[in-house]
Design a protein around this ligand. Sequence first.
Ligand code: MSP
Length: 478
Amino acid sequence: MSESQKNIYITTAIPYVNGTAHIGHAIDYLLADVYARYQKLNNKNVRFQAGTDEHGSKIYKKATETGVEVEEYVSENSKKFQDFIKKLGVEYTDFIRTTDKDHERRVQEIWQKLEPHIYKSSYEGWYCEGCERFITQKEYDENSGVCPDHQKPYEKLSEENYYLKISDFKSEIKRAIETDEIKILPDFRKKEALKLLEDSPDVSISRPKEHVKWGVAVPGDEDQIMYVWPDALANYITVLGYPDEDISAYWPANVQIVGKDILRFHAIIWPAMLLGLGLPLPKVLLSHGFVLANGQKMSKSIGNVVDPLEVLEKHGLSAFRYYFLRHADTFLDADYTDEKYEEAYNNELANDLGNLVQRLAAMCKKQDLDGLRDFTPAIDKEYREIMDSLYFSKAFDYAWEKVQAINKRIDDTKPWELAKAGKTEELKVLLKSLAEDLLNANHLLKPFLPETTDRIEEIFLANKIVPGDPLFPKSLPA
Ligand code: MSP
């Protein structure tokens, strides 16, 4: 295997820093972390990017309202995002801020390389400040003039902009998506992306300085500032050092993870930029669904925004990862309610797995069974296939069924009856085999529940059973 085949690059969307993290933001990181950990178990060199998107008028406005210097405001919020990602037990390798000086300079160089595909023109149209983009008349009519995501009326804007000629790349992008050269997951999002592409005009990639002050300057035009999207999208390669460095060891990315709302940018503008730069397209674009709160979109105006730190504090990290990786289908919208969360923790994590570990460990200890030091886990082909298809919640289900099967095996084989009948040797063989089953299932759970699976290995591999030591500690990483 060549070095670059051993390398894996995974990216996450970089959130805007005009607020703190909400529960939906966790999804990008958790999915990427599962993939990264799985690939590390496959002995791959994993590079995992995360970062913050810090330019644009929305952020500038928010900072001004807050009364702090914008640089200070974005730094503080970026720091909060970094802390948040760490609290999720997520092992990223690179963190990029779009206000990093290297990034800003590199983005300007990228712009210059794209100049053959850029032209200036004036435009009048409907604009949503929340989305930071122009809206077509069709969208305006469909939404009766009010942005459904931001509940704000669209504004009429007329201005000079630079445009990226999507038309130069349309047929190439279409071919790449259709042939899965860039594989868009799930399949219904691939269809959606093809439809968006068909309707896509050339896109505006700058704003006049008088409207947007906070952003990267367009090289050679003092009156224009780059639109946030080309600036933000470029992060995936500037973080690797492009264009100063050869990035071929990690680019094209193996997987780029984004929410469903930003598919358009990643399936159209981003491939157009890459093609314009002569770079290969990412191999997979995984578009996940949204986390809803009680079946409703979370919004500050409804007041139903779920604070992820509060949820994390209820039952600790394992419960959080368990819920959002198993009960949030990787490709669909998911719902969070306090009741569902409690139920999943009590009836599944604590009962199916927690009780199983306690029960089995206690029986093994009673029989003086040594830890299974030389144990090598068996990884099923089916699990691998599901993981490789990136349907992580399904792979988690698969692993969980293994856990449930062990519980059933204990109920069926009734080791306590062997103990009562004094059949010690038979009992020891059975317990050893059950512990092996558990370690096998545990191995499949590793990318999802790193803390818990490490503890379970300690208990059954090194025979470190400490009574009362919690399997699901509440304490969060500092
Ligand atoms: N700054 C852009 C991304 C630029 S990437 C080059 C952005 N930021 S965001 O803060 O609005 O969203 C960041 C990520 O969180 C996106 O992947 C988005 O889809 C995701 N989510 C935002 N709300 C979400 C939920 N309620 N549920 C799940 N994911 C959500 O877009």
